[in-house]
Design a protein around this ligand. Sequence first.
Ligand code: TXA
Ligand code: MG
Length: 309
Amino acid sequence: MKTKLTKDPVEAAEVINRGGIAAFPTETVYGLGAGVFDESAIGKIFKAKGRPQDNPLIVHIARVEDIEKLAVDVPVYARELIAEHFPGPLTVVVKKRADVPMSVTAGLDSIGIRMPSGELAREFLWMCEMPVAAPSANLSGRPSPTTWQAVLEDLDGRVDCILQGDPTDVGIESTVVDCTGDVPVILRLGALNSEELGLKIVRGDDEVAGAVKSPGLRHRHYSPSARVVLVDDLKVLAGGVNVAFIGLGTPGVEMGYAVVCSNEQEYAHKVFEFFRECDRRGIETIYCETVWEGGIGAALMDRLKRAAE
Ligand code: TXA
Ligand code: MG
């Protein structure tokens, strides 16, 4: 198929409304969307990405009331999280309505819902006739795309349309919180951390719960082709033309490619595009400096560890 590039959110929404699949920017990363009740379009997403069928999709809404089209028995604490953080980089997992297709939730009886805050995302979702199921718009296993060019690199000829927005703001994905039990549990660390969410959760516990309950975390993720090595001490770095570095400090040796960030925010914002650029340059070894696991640093370290696996 020919992939249409557009800057017009109405044109991208029309693609969804006619049963196609379209990539669009959010404040976290670009998503690849299809109408949530359109089973044939949902099938096209899994095919275009090469995504395992057991990995559920997050459903994106334009209005808080749209939750009622997707979910039942939403607990009071989830309503509070939603009131506080929608629109924003939070995904709540709640009990799904029976009429949401099982292909969206990969057979689970729960559904992940989020309302992105990006302006273009909101205009696009507003024009779609139904909520939009959307995973990140990368080929399965590759780093999530933070620019429309990165989407094109992975999905040219595999999707109907790419809505061309600015590079995404945050650079890593939303925080996924399970709201199906008595208390909220973080399944995937993300743009909002547990302090911002007001959740008192022991890190070790979320990782255990997350590994079991969030199927996406079982799969290989966020990986460039190069070998990724995490380093605490920049003095151990070996230089070379096929070696790259990203971190907060300045490496003392010559590298093929180096990105020095001024804080964790900037590091998170740049890391996925850095991985892609390393692949374009044929880099063989990537050194990533570890960061303090507070604030966005917790989610950043989660992505770095997965990339290094
Ligand atoms: O920021 C984001 O969340 C981006 C943008 C596009 O919204 N989306 C994204 O989607 O990262 P994806 O498909 O790459 O990751 C979705 C994650 C997976 O780890 C998946 O397992 C989890 O959310 N998830 C979705 N629905 C779930 C459910 N019902 N129960 C548990 N985990 C769920
Ligand atoms: Mg993804």
